[in-house]
Design a protein around this ligand. Sequence first.
Ligand code: KIV
Length: 276
Amino acid sequence: MYTQLQQRDASRNPVNVATLRSMKERGEPIACLTAYDASYAQLVDQAGTDLVLVGDSLGMVIQGHDTTVPVTVNDIIYHSRSVRRGLGRAFLVADMPFMSYTNPGQALDNAVRLMQEGAAMMVKLEGGAGQVKIVEHLAAHDIPVCAHLGLRPQSVHKLGGFRVQGREQAQAERMLEDAVALEQAGADIVLLECVPNELGAAVRGAVSVPVIGIGAGPAVDGQILVLYDILGITQGRMPRFVRNFMAGTDSPLEACARYVAAVKDRSYPAPEHCFS
Ligand code: KIV
């Protein structure tokens, strides 16, 4: 009975939403990475990563698609339950894929599947004010939610490419309002992708929940990157915010530990990884 509790390393308390909030309050940067299988999950967990995301980026880095659009709920469940088996301390978030949260009922059904079948502790969905009702519905059922703003890869065909968002004042103001509305609706984390530093700092100051950035500058509460990007596995042109942490080491564990250390001591992101 309770064998999973006995197996835990008591010196490393598992991260939960309260841990993440207190890290924001203490000003300790939150180090996050994606993972898609148990072996890498074990490695990023051992490296000290606080939060692990089973991102729909798996559609690109695992399945070889050009976008995240083809990813299904079953795909995320398969990878999430594998990742969960590798984690000891990190908090597990799973992405709600494209068109899996078009109305509150469908969103709840799919979020429940990600938590029950995929063992996720939180779900992430993309979108601004249009998702307030969905987030309210999930929060009313005690489903922890991460709201993804800025560049929303599921909307790539509508946005016309993977581009920096929020450079125009009106768009930046709307994103700020959306972040506040999503927090009020019950979101527990805001994730900001590809926005100017200044907007990252403004969103961080406007909400009390942790703000995790990917290409959102140094002033947010934490950073996330795609694991295969920091390990130099992804080929081709990299987004500006990516840093290859395998440079100077042949150990993926060491590379992940260097990433965590760089997030914690704020040497990542450096000015060359940021947008203005
Ligand atoms: O799908 C994903 O991996 C993501 C991160 C890039 C934030 O959403």
